[in-house]
Design a protein around this ligand. Structure first.
Ligand SMILES: Cc1cc2nc3c(=O)[nH]c(=O)nc-3n(C[C@H](O)[C@H](O)[C@H](O)COP(=O)(O)OP(=O)(O)OC[C@H]3O[C@@H](n4cnc5c(N)ncnc54)[C@H](O)[C@@H]3O)c2cc1C
Length: 300
């Protein structure tokens, strides 16, 4: 961004509303700046840049018995390290812990990751999988709530209007010994790991019977927006964890790639990648109950 950019740093949400309410030009929020600085680097911004770092109201995590509420300006380091989120929502803390590097996670926020809405965003499939609801503060100070699919509508595209601020992300909590969740990702491991593919899952798993009562699966970075894997869920639901289940799950995952990115150059890579990721995910979800096959039977 150039030196002449007009910036402001509101103290609280009331201050923010009074600054933006009567403003008619374009507004850009800056939270951690890890996406925005790169995008706007060297460019003149014709409007107002609003720094969110002083807004402590949207920088905290609150957990009740039924809900986790995460302020949009919470850093990914804070999300990854939160003890209750670690226990209740491992899929979320595992994804946050795998974003970029320590330095990136210290600056990057969960709200910025969601608002950027890029297919490689690691938190996107997770937040869809967890059925989050997003609280939005409009320019006039009014509040609106949207589900994930209402908010993220295309590649790097949200339904946020100019000046709409993501304030909080609410995630319903379902307790019990059967709850399991996990995240798996493949990136460019030699450099910082922007995902080339990722998977998020939440399951209801009967550990004694080793049976999957229910499962919800979402893939990221396979299309413009995260993709719910209904066909794979159907293959897994009601089944006992074991070698046959692993084979069938991998077949179904590879079929998703075949159907989604047919004819694309990345298809052979993504077919193999999703099969490997599928094994990582099953192990993350079911731990010792899932013995990975000694030999991976890669679907033809
Ligand atoms: C080297 C490097 C490695 C990275 N690796 C990964 C990775 O592995 N996985 C991954 O998912 N991402 C990765 N990223 C991307 C980035 O770190 C994340 O998308 C980050 O979470 C963005 O958050 P931020 O707070 O920095 O957003 P900012 O850069 O401040 O903002 C990003 C966009 O969101 C808008 N915005 C921010 N907060 C709000 C809000 N509360 N309400 C409305 N709009 C808002 C801004 O206006 C801007 O358009 C990487 C980035 C870099 C530079």
């Amino acid at each position: 961004m150039s030196v002449g950019v007009r910036t402001t740093s509101p103290r609280d949400l009331t201050d923010l509303a009074s600054l933006t309410c009567g403003y008619s030009g374009p507004i850009a929020f800056i939270a951690g700046g890890t996406d925005l600085i790169i995008k706007q680097s060297g460019m003149d911004w014709p409007g107002l840049v609003v720094d969110l770092t002083r807004l402590s109201e949207i920088g905290a995590i609150r957990v009740s018995d039924t809900m986790a509420e995460i302020g949009a300006a919470t850093s990914l380091t804070a999300v990854a390290a939160h003890p209750v989120l670690n226990r209740e929502l491992p899929v979320l803390t595992q994804a946050a812990a795998q974003v970029g590097s320590v330095q990136i996670r210290n600056r990057a926020t969960i709200g910025g990751n969601l608002a950027s809405a890029v297919p490689a965003g690691d938190l996107l499939p997770v937040l869809k999988c967890l059925d989050c609801r997003v609280e939005i503060r409009r320019r006039d100070g009014s509040v609106q709530r949207k589900g994930f699919d209402e908010l993220v509508v295309g590649q790097a595209k949200t339904s946020l209007a100019n000046g709409d601020l993501i304030a909080r992300i609410a995630i319903p909590l379902r307790h019990g010994p059967n709850r399991a969740s996990a995240f798996a990702k493949i990136g460019l491991r030699e450099v910082l790991t922007i995902a080339r593919l990722n998977l998020a899952a939440v399951a209801d798993f009967d550990r004694e019977a080793r049976r999957i009562n229910d499962i919800r699966l979402v893939a990221g970075a396979i299309g413009p927006v995260p993709l719910r894997l209904d066909t794979v869920e159907t293959v897994l639901r009601g089944r006992v964890v074991g070698q046959q289940l692993a084979d069938d799950a991998l077949q179904a995952l590879v079929a998703v790639v075949d159907n989604t990115i047919r004819g694309r150059r990345s298809r052979p890579y993504k077919r193999r990648a999703i099969a490997g990721l599928g094994l990582d995910l099953l192990q993350g979800l079911f731990g010792r109950a899932f013995e990975p096959p000694h030999e991976m039977r890669f679907p033809a």
